[in-house]
Design a protein around this ligand. Sequence first.
Ligand code: HXC
Length: 259
Amino acid sequence: MSYENIEVRTEAGKVGIVTLNRPKALNALNDALMTELGDALKAFDADPAIGCIVVTGSERAFAAGADIGAMASYSFTDVYKGDYITRNWETIRSVRKPVIAAVSGFALGGGCELAMMCDFIIAADNARFGQPEIKLGVIPGAGGTQRLPRAVGKAKAMDMALTGRMMDAAEAERSGLVSRVVPYDKLMDEALGAALVIADFSQVAVMAAKESVNRAFESGLSDGVMFERRLFHALFATADQKEGMDAFVNKRKAAFKHE
Ligand code: HXC
């Protein structure tokens, strides 16, 4: 499929890479881009050869937010009737394979929210995160007020949402928003390295791990632990569990067949 606002490629036949590509607008996330991103993610999710997906932007911007020019004239009726955000922004939440955000430069507003919808964020040392919607007379609309406090706690989330200030990569790592920070020229190596490690594991176990960690944000501790236990038990029905444990016992590298 050919896209106008993103570029799509694969690494080693097993990692899908989506690069947001509206450089003149700092990858501002308009409707067309979000639809293309959703389509690309769904296609990688459905491809049995792909074990992990990386979403990235340019050196200057992962994404500077939803497209303000496009939004400026929207009315309540436009956004409510048009199901703005839910219709194509939330596709990423239905992706069952891991999605890593490789963030360089600005990740603001919807850009920060998009990064947080990914399973984890690897940042370049020039990355800057923020929820500046308050400066536009609105608030975050794609989960920023919900995912940011879960990632960095109430104090920093309130600070960010109410002042609109940006957080640099070092503060983002200290606060738990990103899992790793690397120099910009190492960003894709680091993200692809992580993605390739994941892609070689059992896809069934990887999907179960993702589902179980996400459950931690949707349930109480006892329910979450029970959910995890049932998935743990279920994985003993897979050939990959036999392969993984046999490989360890016999001191060889496991070759998972994702079954
Ligand atoms: C549309 C944008 C944009 C955006 C930047 N541009 N951000 N266009 N929507 N979100 C465009 C600029 O208009 C400009 O176009 C070009 O990108 C370069 O930007 P500059 O402002 O000239 O660059 P710079 O001075 O380096 O400042 C960078 C910046 C600033 C700090 C990132 O652009 C900025 O504050 N952008 C807006 C960030 C923001 O408010 N994001 C939240 C949006 S609301 P021209 O044509 O002039 O060269 C949101 C709600 C999400 O995301 C809700 C869920 C959908």
